[in-house]
Design a protein around this ligand. Structure first.
Ligand SMILES: Nc1ncnc2c1ncn2[C@@H]1O[C@H](COP(=O)(O)OP(=O)(O)O)[C@@H](O)[C@H]1O
Ligand SMILES: [Mg+2]
Length: 394
């Protein structure tokens, strides 16, 4: 196998700016360096099925942060949606962590963010005016789907990750497939249905179009929740009912027999794309148990693929990232059907798993960017994106 390399995208850097005249040098495309010290508001927990995973992620991120560089503020979101300010790493294992799972004192989210970003800290008293960045280590609904991003926009603070639209369209499997189809990205056959459209006829026509087995998924959910694989027409109605328990929109998909290949994308104007990695699942499919409970899936990095497939995967990952309005980071997941159609896009995750053992950080590690430097780069990108956006008229 040829030695694969991480790609620097050749896109827009240095090209004429179409808005405001050719070669206009504005802060919009200029590099913003990471300041020597940053106030980092780490948001974790949340109301989705990935609450526990998010806590593990927060613990790892905190342990990796350079205390000389970061003034860290921890905000835990309890399972009931309440926001809690926590006192550092030990709090994650103590009484406050228990409070996080049960109730917690209610904190008004926007007020809390504003307060955290503006209150006077020791650094300020020393005359430093620290830049604040929010790092939302949250997955799934109310974390990765644009809702939290709307709140962060309202707070006016720079934050890591895709904005409202990018987060929302990437989370919605029906809308994401529509956009990626328009961008010319190959995908498995799919049918999106709203609850009102679900009847015997619609299901029969989906089977005719997609064949069997079929994957049935709620449009807006992550971590494999509500997803079923059905092998017979008889099972389809109950799988559809399960998916409709989670969302009024669902997606039916042709079951692909292929390998699962994932790539990391990092950046904005000229995003970089990592080497590909492969998930070798121990289960029937990469389900919730496999992801978080038994953890029987194995990650192979870099994935062993022919050089032309690696190149194509990297190209398609960037096309998907742009089509879905990715910002700062995204993990783009494919199926690789060989022999057959080759790469088929599955989805993009705008806040992928982020423990040091997770695919996204490991992809960058293998591509030459270790965990701590990856976090630094994400914080830098959030500041840069905020500065570029701030340079536009509203
Ligand atoms: N069309 C499909 N063909 C084959 N396997 C699939 C298909 N869709 C999903 N899977 C399996 O189910 C897992 C979860 O599905 P996915 O759409 O990625 O949902 P989630 O957003 O919960 O990660 C995938 O990682 C894969 O193992
Ligand atoms: Mg997935």
């Amino acid at each position: 196998m040829a030695e694969p390399v991480a790609l620097e995208s050749s896109a827009s850097a240095g090209e004429p700016n179409p808005v405001g005249g050719a070669n206009r040098q504005t802060p919009r495309t200029g590099r913003v360096d990471l300041p020597e010290r940053v106030r980092l508001v780490v948001l974790f927990g949340g109301q989705s099925a990935e609450h526990d995973v998010s806590r593990v992620t927060a613990r790892n991120v905190l342990a990796a942060l350079d205390p000389d560089r970061y003034d860290v503020h921890l905000i835990g979101i309890a399972r009931n949606g309440r926001w809690l300010q926590l006192q550092g790493l030990p709090a994650l294992d103590g009484a406050e962590a228990t409070a996080l799972t049960v109730s917690g004192n209610h904190v008004d989210p926007i007020g809390h963010l504003r307060h955290t970003s503006t209150r006077r800290h020791d650094d300020d008293l020393n005359g430093d005016d620290l830049a604040t960045v929010v790092l939302p280590l949250l997955h799934g609904p109310n974390g990765e789907d644009g809702t939290l991003q709307g709140l962060l926009e309202m707070s006016g603070l720079p934050y890591v990750g895709s904005g409202v639209l990018g987060s929302a369209v990437s989370m919605d499997k029906a809308v994401a497939k529509e956009l990626c189809g328009h961008a010319g990205i190959p995908q498995a056959g799919w049918v999106a249905l709203h609850e009102r459209e679900v009847d015997v006829e619609a299901l029969a026509s989906a089977i005719e179009r997609l064949g069997l087995p079929i994957f049935v998924k709620p449009a807006n959910l992550g971590s494999s929740v509500g997803i079923s694989k059905v092998a017979t027409a008889d099972e389809l109605a109950s799988a559809v009912a399960t998916a409709l328990d989670h969302d009024e929109y669902i997606v039916l998909e042709e079951a692909v027999t292929g390998r699962e290949i994932e790539l990391g994308v990092l950046g904005n104007e000229a995003p970089r794309v990592s080497l590909p990695g492969e998930i070798v699942t121990g289960a029937e499919f990469y389900d919730y148990e496999d992801k978080y409970v038994t953890g029987s899936a194995e990650l192979v990095i870099p994935a062993e693929l022919p050089p032309e497939a690696i190149e194509e995967a990297q190209r398609l990952a960037l096309v998907a990232y742009r089509a879905l309005r990715g910002a700062d980071l995204g993990r783009v997941d494919f199926f690789y059907e060989s022999p057959g159609r080759g790469l088929l896009l599955n989805e993009m995750n705008t806040m992928p798993g982020f423990t040091p053992a997770s695919m996204y950080p490991r992809l960058w590690q293998a591509s030459g960017l270790p965990y701590t430097e990856l976090i630094d780069e994400l914080v830098r990108l959030a500041l840069e994106r905020h500065a570029h956006r701030g340079s536009r008229r509203r």
